[in-house]
Write a protein that binds this ligand. Sequence first.
Ligand SMILES: [Zn+2]
Length: 141
Amino acid sequence: MPRPVYENLRAHGEETYPHECCGALLGKPNENGWQIVEAIRAGNTRTDSAHNRYHIAPVELVKIQREARTQGLEIAGFYHSHPDHPAQWSPTDFAEAHWLGCSYVITEVALGKAVVTNSFLLAGTTEEDKRFALESIEVDA
Ligand SMILES: [Zn+2]
């Protein structure tokens, strides 16, 4: 993905620290997965426990989808941050991941600083056999 997009999604996590940030990734499919073009910031609607859960409101998601379509892009995935927790998916992340074939990017923000960023492809063909597979993030030089 373009370096500014990568920096932007990591910076988002630093800005919302100690709460989680979340957003969507827009891009185009290519032979290696997704070519990410843009990161769209979303408001975290979970005010009950914004430090360990994230959620994009359906109305916001529809808006993001429309925005993607007008640019000839698709929703390629989602990103969120883990304040003071490793950049590994949680059981809640897995349970709430429903976009098969999309990338779920998680950034560990330690003491307000973005550290590790990992991406997990939601592989599988149904909700029953879905699984997260670690994938590499290529950031343009
Ligand atoms: Zn998470």
